[in-house]
Design a protein around this ligand. Sequence first.
Ligand SMILES: [Zn+2]
Ligand SMILES: [Zn+2]
Length: 337
Amino acid sequence: MKELKNKPETVSDLQEYLKSLYGDVNAGRDVEYIFSYLFRNVSYLSRAIPRKQNCVQNFIKTFSWLFAIANKLEIDLQESYLRKYPEVCPYCITSPCVCSKTNKKPVSYIKEWKIQEELGIKYNIARSANPNPSIDSFVKKTNDLYPANTHIWKAAGPTFHFFRLLEELGEVHEAYTSFCKGTKNKIEIENELADCFAWILSAWGIYYLGESLQDSFITYYYNSCPVCSSDPCKCEAYSDRGEMLVKIEELRLYRDKVAELIEAAPDHSELLKSVIEDLEFAEKQGNTTVAISAIKQSESALQKVSGELKHVDSSAKSIKSIISSATAILQSFNWLS
Ligand SMILES: [Zn+2]
Ligand SMILES: [Zn+2]
């Protein structure tokens, strides 16, 4: 993305960028392949959020797989969203939504054709008022339209939110298979993708209130595909890094700190060398269980070194400072919990 003169401003720009980045590799993959990665990332997000972990990457990957399905099926996600949510809730035709009071119906009786007409008019007004809505405006718009999402999340946690998102994922899959069978139109997939998009946007807006989704996208894709660093992406199928390897850089930084300790605390060099070997082994294996075990053992080793420090020792200060920076790196390993 750093090569781009104009960074993506709108949802459509972003979809176009991701198409240029991943269109070639995804041409050889079917919708089921892409859907499975979307599902995986939503499930990781639903695990990371209650643990209050940093999940910017999870969010970006989740959105990106959603865009990948849209690109694959030649659906304009921005259009689908705006048609489904044209400034009012499509069920109660009100903003903010009052569905909980009306049981997903308009406040007073409106004929079905009139509802459709009204939604069309609202869509045209929204489009002409703002032909190029920013990515972040979609986040705000969704949570302004559905304030109950935030209230429920704050009162009872994110479980209900992810339960609804999971339900929507199922509906995307059903709409897609029905479309393949010829029993549903593509518009049904568009509507379901728009619903998924809305729930994920809403989750971002609640969890990362005030943080720019657009900036996070640009940061994530700044050096093109974050896995192969190419534009267009040249990743082989199934070449994703997995959850643990995303943090491999931090594992390396941590190992460097332990290596520094060998010089500062030569009395413990044998123990520290074993720790380094184990951390290298964990990096090579790329296996979360191995990494957790190696790190836990390394923590005990650091405690031992720290516990045996002699206060008169002139190197004690530098040893302590190395250990505290190593510990600080460990704290960023939120995938360990
Ligand atoms: Zn409503
Ligand atoms: Zn790649």
